[in-house]
Ligand binder design. Structure first.
Ligand code: ATP
Ligand code: MG
Length: 222
C-alpha cells in the first residue's frame, strides 16, 4: 500500500545535517504502523514525506505501487484530498463549526453534495462513538472526543492511508490506548493503512509494525 524507498530529506542546521537518511518502510493494507523514536529523530519529517506534504531529496514514495513523490503539486494535492487522511496532534478542528460540519468539510471539498456528505459524516461520527455529540463545537468536547472527531474527519472520505503525528500527545494517558484500539479496529474493518508517529509506549505497544528511528536513520524494523 505505502512504500517508502530509501528516503532522504536533509536539513542543514548550522553546519550539521538533520532530517532522515536512507529510510525504507512498507505499510500494507489494514496495517497499523508506528514510527517511534526520540524527539528530533525524524518522525515528523518522514511523515510529511509519506503524506506528500514534502518531497524527498532522494528516494521514492509509492502508493498502491505508483510512484507519487515527484508528481506536480496539483496532482499531489489531489492525492492528499482523495487518498490520504491526516490526524494532527492539535486536532486542527475548525472551532466555529460543529463536529458534524468539521467531518463534512473534506467530503464537500471532494465535491460531494450536502445530503450525501451529511449522511457519510454522520456514519463516521457514529462509528467513533460520537453520534450524540455531532452538534457540539470542538470547544464543547473534551480532548479525547475532539481527537475522535479528527479521526472521523480523516476516515469519512475513505482514504487508503491515514497519517497521524503524535495523535495522543495532547490526551492524558487514559486515552492513548483506546484511541489506538479504535484505529486498529478501523484498519481491520476497512483495510485502511495507518502510519502513526509517536513516542507514547501505549501507542507503540498496540502497533502491528514498529519502525524505530534514531538520528534520522532506521534502527529497528520488522
Ligand atoms: N523545517 C526544518 N528546518 C530545519 N531543520 C528541521 C526542519 N524540520 C525538522 N528539522 C530537523 O530535523 C530533525 C528531525 O526533526 P523532526 O521534527 O522530524 O523530529 P521528530 O522525531 O518529529 O521530533 P519530535 O518528537 O520532537 O516531534 C531535527 O533535528 C530537526 O531540528
Ligand atoms: Mg515530530
Amino acid at each position: 500500500m505505502l512504500e517508502l524507498r530509501d528516503i532522504t530529506r536533509a536539513y542543514e542546521l548550522g553546519g550539521e545535517r538533520a532530517g532522515v537518511f536512507g529510510v525504507s518502510i512498507e505499510v500494507p493494507r489494514g496495517c497499523l504502523a508506528v514510527i517511534a523514536g526520540p524527539s528530533g529523530s525524524g518522525k515528523t519529517t518522514l511523515l510529511q514525506v509519506a503524506g506528500l506534504l514534502d518531497s524527498p531529496d532522494e528516494g521514492e514514495v509509492r502508493l498502491d505501487g505508483e510512484p507519487v513523490s515527484r508528481l506536480p503539486e496539483k496532482a499531489r494535492c489531489d492525492l492528499r484530498l482523495r487518498r490520504l487522511g491526516f490526524v494532527f496532534q492539535a486536532f486542527n478542528l475548525v472551532p466555529v463549526l460543529s463536529a458534524l460540519e468539521n467531518v463534512m468539510l473534506p467530503l464537500q471539498l471532494q465535491g460531494l453534495a450536502e445530503p450525501e456528505a451529511r449522511k457519510r459524516a454522520e456514519a463516521a461520527l457514529d462509528r467513533v462513538g460520537l453520534a450524540d455529540r455531532r452538534h457540539h463545537r470542538p470547544g464543547q468536547l473534551i480532548g479525547g472526543q475532539q481527537q475522535r472527531v479528527a479521526i472521523a474527519r480523516a476516515l469519512a472520505p475513505e482514504p487508503l492511508l491515514v497519517l497521524a503525528d503524535e495523535p495522543t500527545a495532547s490526551l492524558d494517558h487514559a486515552h492513548g490506548g483506546p484511541l489506538m484500539d479504535l484505529m486498529a479496529d478501523l484498519a481491520r474493518e476497512r483495510g485502511t493503512a495507518f502510519l502513526v508517529a509517536s513516542h507514547d509506549p501505549a501507542v507503540i505497544a498496540r502497533a502491528h509494525r514498529v519502525f524505530r528511528l534514531a538520528d534520522g536513520r532506521l534502527v529497528e524494523a520488522p
